[in-house]
Design a protein around this ligand. Sequence first.
Ligand SMILES: Nc1ncnc2c1ncn2[C@@H]1O[C@H](COP(=O)(O)OP(=O)(O)OP(=O)(O)O)[C@@H](O)[C@H]1O
Length: 363
Amino acid sequence: MAITKEKVLSALGEVIDPDLKKDLVTLGMIEDIAITDKKVSFKVVLTTPACPLKEIIKNDCLKAIEKHLGSDVEADIDMTSRVTTIRDNSPVLPQVKNIIAVASGKGGVGKSTVTANLAVALKNEGAKVGVIDADIFGPSIPTMFNCEKEQPSVREVNGKNLLQPLEQYGIQLMSIGFLAPPDQAVVWRGPMASSAFRQFFTDTEWGELDYLLIDLPPGTSDIHLTLVQTVPVTGAVIVTTPQKVAISDAQKGLAMFKQPQINVPVLGIVENMAYFTPEELPDNKYHIFGEGGGRKFAEINNVPFIGEIPLVMGIRESGDSGYPVTMKDSPVADDFRALARSLAQEVAIRNAKQDKTKIVELK
Ligand SMILES: Nc1ncnc2c1ncn2[C@@H]1O[C@H](COP(=O)(O)OP(=O)(O)OP(=O)(O)O)[C@@H](O)[C@H]1O
């Protein structure tokens, strides 16, 4: 019996996306079906290149083809992706699909480190990534990306001067730190900082981006309010360390995102410095700040726990030398990769829940 496109679709209609709880055909994820004799080829368009379920979905497709079309049929599957967005016709940064705020209740918990490494990990998965460093109290992204002495250029576009983000390691960057000489302490007063920050959205020529990560100042500030008043934020990630004092500050951070005038969904909690591990003995874990605080915090607040990162000397060394640790292979780079995948997954789930065209009914 000849293979037809309808038969292929009917087989793939049985493959369920484990996150979105719908079949791939209903979700519009199957494209470019081609049939030649006993060979079927098609694309599976995932919601993110960082999809942690890529292999599972591919295997399920292979099984479905074999079950419905026979074991002698060869399936050639191109696993590709198109990052989803729920942004509609917004005039500010229309080419940026997802804007993700990275926040913390307390200073020094590793928010910038997590932002920098998430950016590298997402980029390594094939996503287009940008970072805005909005930490007016201590912008550290220029140091972490080894571009402390650089300054963004300006280009005139239709009579308007637009800042050009710097590009480092394939990631587009803007930082409040680029606007002042690194050796000069600048006291950013609220309105000045907010206005500079706003320019990063309204007067900056960003390219197409799948994910724009915003490294926010710790705690709560005018910057948070400016952010939500300037652009639609997809969601926030809250970074904490396990100890009680950090968690109680993270709780305040979480409460802030829930306030009606902010109202940004929390995509997940990251526990940084979850345990200490010596690089030469990666199986040894010492929970010096206590165990499981971040996970419990996420559970209590009914928000996803998206991952934990150990306290490792190499993370600090790489950050200081301007070369995020995730750029090289190591166990901790794997941790950041897993974190980036979980985050991308949460973004995709969040977008699917709000995409009325997909009629996705998720819990
Ligand atoms: N998991 C980790 N292992 C080892 N060192 C870390 C880790 N996370 C962060 N650090 C180090 O801790 C210091 C503070 O980190 P970072 O600047 O990322 O924190 P932050 O929360 O952004 O701080 P701020 O409050 O200044 O914004 C840095 O020196 C960084 O290299």
